[in-house]
Design a protein around this ligand. Structure first.
Ligand code: G1P
Length: 289
């Protein structure tokens, strides 16, 4: 029996360098895709996978994230008074029950591995999900739910992967598989940002993980890796010596919202996928071409 995955860590610290100046006063993961912040989609995806508790790893200047997931009596009261119930419902949709969200300051930008390590006390001794919110995923079965289903099948640790665009493997964590049969395969290695030509496959780590808590002591002692940062990938390589890792080539499309064009593509794709907006969005886009 595998232990249920109830908690997710969302590392949201970071300057959002590629989406400045938009991300100067708005945390990058609160930038809009159509009419909701990126985090709204990601939290919805996680809830669909059974996640009950969210641990946001933040940095200075990101208090707006906490405010977004809190009640706002002024806005809600005004909408109520005006009878704008549809908008009111929409505004309240993302709020959790009190106590279902934690916010932890990373204090220094030391890398993704360090960010995840900051969640150790809140996660405790149970398997957990890591979601990189920059990577917005559109999928029939939400991406994290696909990971959880894989986890329930094989246990251990699960990493969502997808093929990297030609010549771009050096930008990501890349996995090595023990043969390929279908979408869920046992991993034998992984490497963070391998120099071009040295990548063990073209499958990159695309931002959804199910990890065992045994990763935390490894992260605690993890030295700096690629880019001089404490890398989650390096500690996962260590954990792989003791535990199984499977790569799941998830079904769906990833939009990198930490990038200007990726964010634009996400806006277009999510608008076209919205029954209430699709026609108007298509007309507006077509008129520009
Ligand atoms: C991080 C991970 C990397 C992964 C990538 C996906 O890198 O370290 O393994 O492939 O996210 O976006 P970063 O983008 O923070 O450099």
């Amino acid at each position: 029996m595998t232990k249920r995955v109830r908690k997710a860590v969302l590392p949201v610290a970071g300057l959002g360098t590629r989406v400045l100046p938009g991300a100067k006063t708005t945390p990058k993961n609160l930038l809009n895709v159509v009419d909701r912040p990126i985090l709204s989609y990601v939290v919805e995806e996680a809830r669909a996978a059974g996640i009950e508790h969210f641990v946001f790893i933040t940095s200075r200047g990101q208090g707006a994230i906490e405010d977004y997931f809190d009640a706002n009596p002024e806005i809600e009261g005004a909408l109520e008074a005006k009878g704008r119930t549809a908008i009111l419902e929409d505004v309240r949709r993302d709020l959790g029950k009190p106590g279902q969200m934690s916010f932890v300051r990373q204090m220094a930008p030391l890398g993704l591995g360090h960010a995840v390590w900051c969640a150790r006390d809140i996660i405790g001794d149970e398997p957990f999900a890591v979601i990189l919110p920059d990577m917005l995923m559109m999928a029939k079965t939400p991406a994290l739910a696909q990971c959880v289903a894989a986890y329930e099948k094989v246990g251990g640790n699960i990493i969502a992967v997808e093929p990297a665009p030609e010549g771009e493997t050096h930008k990501y964590g890349i996995v090595a598989l023990d043969g390929q049969d279908g979408r869920l395969n046992r991993m034998v290695g992984m490497v963070e940002k391998p120099p071009l030509g040295t990548e063990p496959s073209n499958l990159f780590i695309s931002g959804r993980y199910i990890l065992q808590p045994d990763i935390f002591p490894l992260l605690e002692n993890q030295g700096k890796g690629a880019g001089g940062e404490i890398q989650l990938t390096d500690s996962m390589v260590e954990l792989m010596k003791a535990q199984d890792f499977h790569a799941l080539e998830y079904e769906g499309t990833t939009y990198d919202c930490g990038d200007k064009i990726g964010l634009l593509r996400a806006n277009v794709a999510f608008a076209l996928a919205r029954p209430d907006l699709a026609d108007a969005a298509r007309a507006a886009i077509t008129a520009l071409l």
